[in-house]
Design a protein around this ligand. Structure first.
Ligand code: NAD
Ligand code: IPM
Ligand code: MN
Length: 346
């Protein structure tokens, strides 16, 4: 059995973190005896430059027939004024592959608790997962337009969209500590009123999972004052985007957070939650751990290569403990040097 992987390095630091990740994959496949094929395609700004399209048909077709997809990041200041933006390529890919569920874990281990901007005693034992709805809400709602006088975005959710993501989150909670926090803005938004009532309805099928509701502003506060209270956080697209960047720095850096996106069937997509970081691109200082932990999620969830996934994760946390990290985590090493240290462990 050979796994077919499509890589989409994208823009900014995307290619820098992807090239090291591909090396790590090769070493893991030697050590853990699995085989794979890998092919790289353009997405985002580079695809606009080369093909005038942030998601060329070739890229989309390759993704459809892949066993799994690894994505770096898209976007950058050179495409801000473009009529088509790089980010549209990523959004369209999520929509085309129906990747409605986005899983963003946050774990503070004893190796990382000292790196948190929050007091160590508060972040100890933090281990939660944000389940973000990824293909609806403000990002995709119609109508949407802007002109010089007025702009409009539409925040739409259907019962079916809320129901399917709710099942993902409740089922995930059943494999963890059986606590689910649903986050909305039910005191103001119509879409949130529907959200809350559908979550309550679906929750009746999961009596073993403790369900609570939090308003998004209060949730943002609890995340920094008492992050260890959470197990599974379920929320809509926009709130999930914002809360997951906030959550990502609890263990020390945005550069550490991985994610997995999936639909009811078809290939899953794995990407770090950070962006293309134009401020540090081409300097060989980007933290590759978010991308590498995304590879670990891929190995475990798409290929059931649990030993390889665990070894990769353990090796990364060992590097953090030994301060063999990039500077966002307090280390003094370049991206390539961190990768070389990791290859030694593998
Ligand atoms: P960003 O996540 O790229 O960067 C925010 C800050 O975090 C920057 O200071 C950056 O240097 C730092 N950072 C991010 N990743 C890092 C890493 N791996 N190692 C070290 N430091 C890291 O967010 P932004 O600056 O708001 O956005 C830049 C571009 O990225 C925008 O075009 C945005 O649309 C895009 N973006 C893309 C994705 C994606 O492709 N999935 C995600 C978020 C943002
Ligand atoms: C993310 C990113 C994307 C999002 C952007 C690039 C469209 O911020 O994956 O978190 O908002 O979903
Ligand atoms: Mn984001």
């Amino acid at each position: 059995m050979s796994y077919h992987i499509v890589t989409l390095p994208g823009d900014g630091i995307g290619p820098e973190i992807m090239s090291g990740t591909v090396k790590v994959l090769k070493h893991l496949s030697n050590r853990f005896q699995f085989s794979y094929t890998l092919k790289s395609y353009d997405i985002g700004g580079i695809a606009i430059d080369k093909h005038n399209d942030p998601l060329p048909e070739r890229t989309l077709n390759a993704c459809h027939s892949a066993d799994a997809i690894l994505l770096g990041a898209v976007g950058g200041p050179q495409w801000t004024d473009a009529s088509i933006r790089p980010e549209q390529g990523l959004l369209q890919l999520r929509k085309e592959l129906n990747l409605f569920a986005n899983i963003r874990p946050t774990t503070v281990t004893h190796e990382t608790s000292h790196l948190s901007p929050i007091k160590e005693e508060r972040v100890k034992n933090t281990n939660f997962v944000i389940v973000r709805e990824l293909t609806s809400g403000l990002y995709f709602g119609e109508p949407k337009y802007f002109n010089d006088d007025k702009a409009l975005d539409s925040l739409t959710y259907t019962k079916e969209e809320i129901t399917r993501i709710a099942h993902v989150a409740f089922q995930l909670a059943q494999t963890r500590n059986r606590k689910l926090t649903s986050v909305d803005k039910e005191n103001v938004l119509a879409s949130s009123k529907l959200w809350r009532s559908v979550i309550n309805e679906v929750g009746q099928s999961y009596p073993d999972v403790e369900l609570e509701h939090l308003l998004v502003d209060a949730c943002a506060m609890h995340l920094v004052t008492h992050p260890s209270r959470f197990d599974v956080i379920l929320t809509e697209n926009m709130f999930g985007d914002i809360l997951s960047d906030e959550a990502s720095v609890i263990p020390g850096s945005l550069g550490l957070s991985p994610s997995a996106s999936f639909g009811s069937n078809g290939p899953k997509l794995y990407e770090p939650i950070h962006g293309s970081a134009p401020d540090i691109a081409n300097q060989n200082i980007a933290n590759p751990f978010g991308m590498l932990l995304s590879l670990a999620m891929c190995l475990r969830e798409s290929f059931n290569e649990t030993a390889a996934a665990s070894h990769l994760e353990t090796s990364i946390f060992k590097l953090i403990k030994e301060k063999k990290t990039t500077r966002d985590l307090g280390g003094k090493y370049t991206t390539d040097e961190v990768i070389n240290h990791l290859l030694e462990y593998i």
